[in-house]
Ligand binder design. Structure first.
Ligand code: NAD
Length: 365
């Protein structure tokens, strides 16, 4: 029986509409293969929403997102809106979307595709075969902790402070997401904290340890964040799934992303406890190449694969898209950001056509 999903598309700004158009075609093709029907509804966010409505996240957009099974976002922002006050900036729309949908878990995979090993700044033997996932807590920790502020002390010196705070239920909530993801992957979860110094981290470690009794099939380990940063560049293959708080996750997910060396290839997902998740590439709106058919659509396409796997529980369809990406890279197709001598340089649309052809053809053994 056909399974039907309502998907909100947020193309946003810059290269957003170009990479989104390619991705919608891929989803339509995958729908035909796997008997999935997608009902797409498009809404405004970011600079294009500011131009049309004066706001970066119109109420109608949030309502449309809430009324869907998943949200596929491209990217927002551009030179045109850079000088607006913070409350009217495109980025404010993104933060509003995350808050409005209660997205507390951010998933950032970093997998090295064999065809792109040389794009990494690390040595081939270190990087080959890396396939890890960073699960970052997104709505708590030091970025949101109270009290916070800046004041003058008795001697008139400025003092500023923030508070790193986690409640046990916040830790359990992100812990469960991470254990569930580890279960779908290599069944190894590394929790990263600074429990040797911080009370908040000790609670984090205790709760993760407690939770692990519910997940006997997942092997839990712990690392201090300084060591985790070193290990990520020393021998990243040791990691399967990493779970950590907001601040440590912000930094570690960027380190992990850069292991791959190619921003046009990196998808991400943000999930809440109920309601739709948001699936989007890690890169921005690339205004320098917007409207020129030069953008790499693969991070957006891989974000759609994440949507199928983690948002809609359609793992076979996700795997089929990932195989098609692999196939076009094997065939030597590259957009400008990844081009190397001997490869076939293609634009955004032609990369989409190559993907469609790969989807129609058998998966190479
Ligand atoms: P960016 O990721 O947009 O671009 C950085 C560089 O990478 C540029 O040279 C760009 O051409 C290239 N690039 C990025 N994605 C590419 C793709 N798919 N294919 C080919 N090349 C690609 O980052 P930036 O230049 O710092 O920011 C540009 C705008 O994007 C800013 O307004 C920023 O605020 C916004 N931004 C949005 C998001 C988001 O929507 N989540 C994230 C980061 C930046």
């Amino acid at each position: 029986m056909t399974r039907t999903y309502r998907i909100t598309l947020l193309p946003g700004d810059g290269i957003g509409p170009e990479i989104m158009a390619v991705t919608v075609e891929i989803l339509r093709a995958i729908g035909r293969q796997f008997d999935l029907a997608f009902e797409f509804q498009e809404a405004l966010i970011g600079g294009s929403a500011i131009d049309a409505t004066g706001e970066p996240l119109p109420e109608a957009t949030l309502a449309t997102c809430r009324n869907s099974d998943a949200v596929l976002l491209a990217a927002i922002g551009g030179y045109k809106w850079d000088s607006l006050p913070r409350s009217q900036r495109p980025e404010t729309g993104l933060l509003g979307l995350r808050a409005g949908l209660g997205l507390f878990a951010n998933l950032r995979p970093a997998a090295i595709l064999p065809q792109l090993v040389d794009a990494s700044s690390l040595k081939r033997e270190v990087i080959e075969g890396v396939d890890l996932m960073v699960v970052r807590e997104l709505t708590g920790g030091i970025y949101f902790g109270e009290p916070k502020g800046c004041f003058a002390d008795e001697q008139g010196r400025q003092r500023a402070f923030n508070t790193m705070v986690y409640r046990e239920d916040e830790i359990d909530r992100i812990g469960r997401v991470a254990f569930d993801i580890a279960r779908k992957r290599g069944k190894r979860l590394c929790s990263v904290d600074k429990a040797n110094v911080l009370e908040v981290s000790q609670l984090w470690r205790d709760r993760m340890t407690l939770l692990s009794s519910e997940y006997a099939d997942v092997e839990l380990s712990h690392l201090y964040v300084d060591n985790a940063a070193m290990q990520l560049v020393r021998w990243p293959k040791q990691f399967d799934t990493i779970v950590t708080g907001n601040l440590f996750g912000d930094i570690l997910s960027d380190i992990a992303a850069m292991l791959t060396g190619s921003i046009g290839m990196l998808p991400s997902a943000s999930l809440g406890s109920e309601g739709p998740g948001v699936f989007e590439p890690v890169h921005g709106s690339a205004p320098d190449i917007a409207g020129q058919d030069k953008a790499n659509p693969l991070a957006q396409v891989l974000s759609a694969a994440m949507m199928l796997r983690y948002g809609l529980d359609e793992p076979e369809a996700a795997t089929r898209i990932e195989a098609a990406v692999n196939q076009v890279l094997d065939q030597g197709y590259r957009t400008g950001d990844l081009y190397a001598e001997g490869m076939t340089l293609v634009g955004c649309k032609a990369m989409g056509d190559a993907l469609l052809a790969a989807l129609e053809s058998p998966i190479p053994a």
